[in-house]
Design a protein around this ligand. Sequence first.
Ligand SMILES: NC(=O)c1ccc[n+]([C@@H]2O[C@H](COP(=O)([O-])OP(=O)(O)OC[C@H]3O[C@@H](n4cnc5c(N)ncnc54)[C@H](OP(=O)(O)O)[C@@H]3O)[C@@H](O)[C@H]2O)c1
Length: 227
Amino acid sequence: MRIGIIGAGRIGGNAGRLFARAGHEVLFGFSRDAAKLERLAAEAGAGARVGNPTEAVDFGDVVMLSVPWPAIEAALSVAGPLGGTAVIDTTNRFGPNGPLALPGGLTAAEFNARRMPGARPLKAYNTLTAAFQTEAAGRPEAERVALFYAGEDAAAKATVAGLIADSGFAPVDLGGWADAAIIEAPRRPGSVYGEEYLPEAARAIADAVRRDPAEAARLARETVVAG
Ligand SMILES: NC(=O)c1ccc[n+]([C@@H]2O[C@H](COP(=O)([O-])OP(=O)(O)OC[C@H]3O[C@@H](n4cnc5c(N)ncnc54)[C@H](OP(=O)(O)O)[C@@H]3O)[C@@H](O)[C@H]2O)c1
């Protein structure tokens, strides 16, 4: 599969390396530091190349949007129309002074989805730090780290679940936009943002989110991997 990455920093850079190592083709689209981008592509191996955000969209069967929250609007505007592309949104709603309130009580996932008309966005790769994702990818099956994803398009979700597995994590479907708050910043008791889970525990949380949010919050607190 071809994956175009807009914002090749800590999260996008690491995910791109993992995708390339799993045999996917990756285009790292954008850094002000061209040498950094070239280094990243060289490290990622034969399947990786560099470009700009527009090229990332043209190239990708799937696009990953992984820029700082305040840069999202500019990045999307430079990238151009996304068509019906599946877009993995890794962003968290942090401004320069901390978490930002969003209008209408929208989840960050839905807020961003509305900024990508026609596309098929998903929220993923946003709950675990970049350092942890780098260290924890590819653990043996029994110790696989759960990686939550949320979205509204079933086919895009199936595709991205495959990519999450290929990058060395256990994909766990959290649901749709209305359910996504539990995977979003900031870190707080009863949410899974910033926390590590094994797949079985993560699936139990995802099962509970829609039918019993209080139960999901309890499981999130009680089944977190300590550390
Ligand atoms: N770091 C984490 O632990 C973590 C964990 C989960 C989720 N996230 C979220 O994931 C997103 C990316 O985080 P990160 O830590 O990877 O950030 P980062 O290391 O600062 O990388 C951001 C990347 O986006 C690029 N960029 C900045 N403005 C851009 C624009 N207008 N158009 C295109 N690209 C642009 C940057 O370019 P330059 O190379 O020129 O700076 C850089 O390559 C954020 O929304 C963050 O909240 C981060």
